[in-house]
Design a protein around this ligand. Sequence first.
Ligand SMILES: *[C@@H]1O[C@H](CO)[C@@H](O)[C@H](O)[C@H]1NC(C)=O
Ligand SMILES: *[C@@H]1O[C@H](CO)[C@@H](O)[C@H](O)[C@H]1NC(C)=O
Ligand SMILES: *[C@@H]1O[C@H](CO)[C@@H](O)[C@H](O)[C@H]1NC(C)=O
Ligand SMILES: *[C@@H]1O[C@H](CO)[C@@H](O)[C@H](O)[C@H]1NC(C)=O
Ligand SMILES: *[C@@H]1O[C@H](CO)[C@@H](O)[C@H](O)[C@H]1NC(C)=O
Ligand SMILES: *[C@@H]1O[C@H](CO)[C@@H](O)[C@H](O)[C@H]1NC(C)=O
Ligand SMILES: *[C@@H]1O[C@H](CO)[C@@H](O)[C@H](O)[C@H]1NC(C)=O
Ligand SMILES: *[C@@H]1O[C@H](CO)[C@@H](O)[C@H](O)[C@H]1NC(C)=O
Length: 246
Amino acid sequence: MADRQQVMVISLLLAAICYISCARECVPAYGYQSCACYMEGVNNTKEYVNLLSLKGNSSTPRFTTKDDKGFYLSFSPCDEFSEFVGENNTGYVPCVNATVARWTKESTHRCESLGDEASGTFKSDAVISDLIKSNLTLNFKSAKTAHHSAVISLVCNDSLLQNETIFKYVGTQNIPTDTYYLSLTSLCCCPGKCGFPPVIPSTTAITPTATARTVSSVIPNTTAPAPTGAFYKLFPCLLTSVTQNK
Ligand SMILES: *[C@@H]1O[C@H](CO)[C@@H](O)[C@H](O)[C@H]1NC(C)=O
Ligand SMILES: *[C@@H]1O[C@H](CO)[C@@H](O)[C@H](O)[C@H]1NC(C)=O
Ligand SMILES: *[C@@H]1O[C@H](CO)[C@@H](O)[C@H](O)[C@H]1NC(C)=O
Ligand SMILES: *[C@@H]1O[C@H](CO)[C@@H](O)[C@H](O)[C@H]1NC(C)=O
Ligand SMILES: *[C@@H]1O[C@H](CO)[C@@H](O)[C@H](O)[C@H]1NC(C)=O
Ligand SMILES: *[C@@H]1O[C@H](CO)[C@@H](O)[C@H](O)[C@H]1NC(C)=O
Ligand SMILES: *[C@@H]1O[C@H](CO)[C@@H](O)[C@H](O)[C@H]1NC(C)=O
Ligand SMILES: *[C@@H]1O[C@H](CO)[C@@H](O)[C@H](O)[C@H]1NC(C)=O
């Protein structure tokens, strides 16, 4: 009886480990924390999800959409924008250096950041739902207005041209705080389709060889690694613990 329970516990453990290790993690590219990330391909190749070509010109938000309450929602990948700075009317609220923001020009000019560039993190094991349209999301959090954040689903569509990006409002969830769900559909949300960002030399090793090595490791045409590898590597040690407990 005890053995059966142990086997069940171990099976659940294995399922949990597989859930974590079988997901393909998208690792932020050095110096491009909320702009580009890469997934490991076969033979140590890297497939980038690179949003750098969607970057705007900093003076205006790159993508704008509207929610169901009349607020505009703007997003500038790899960039930051400011709205209503220097406007000096009572009740006007500017936002400074936001990557995602909600704003309105009705009655007052009011802009609230939903997160700056530094707050952005990639999440590659998101669960697809009514609000989440891709397993890869870019999540932002505002530092100032503690109750605002954004989750942007990065939806891959490789039949679109690079200049045909779609930015959409998906929904809002107010529990526990205001989270705006948005989606960005682009060729550049597909791993390996939009190149990779220029290499920023790390402060410790500013050598041309570092650049050359990274460049040569990028091969866009790769297949996904077999996720079962990690599973079987873990299996022997877990089997050993089963035997010992008997
Ligand atoms: C995300 O979904 C794509 C296909 O929709 C799949 O190829 C990929 O492995 C998934 N990534 C993770 C981390 O589950
Ligand atoms: C990976 O490396 C092995 C051995 O060097 C080689 O046979 C294989 O073709 C490589 N696969 C790819 C997709 O480059
Ligand atoms: C920035 O881009 C917007 C539209 O994408 C354009 O209207 C504006 O003139 C550009 N500003 C500069 C300074 O290039
Ligand atoms: C803003 O307006 C107030 C009163 O209207 C004025 O005293 C203040 O100098 C103005 N500030 C700027 C930066 O223009
Ligand atoms: C906004 O960004 C600019 C340019 O990076 C910087 O000079 C400025 O200090 C930033 N302002 C704030 C309030 O963070
Ligand atoms: C990708 O975009 C094309 C062109 O807009 C569209 O016809 C197609 O349905 C899209 N594919 C997916 C999987 O959404
Ligand atoms: C996208 O670029 C292609 C050429 O690369 C051009 O023919 C097309 O009109 C552009 N589409 C949009 C929506 O700008
Ligand atoms: C990608 O790789 C596959 C097999 O690994 C090969 O058949 C195919 O021709 C390659 N495609 C390109 C564009 O290199």
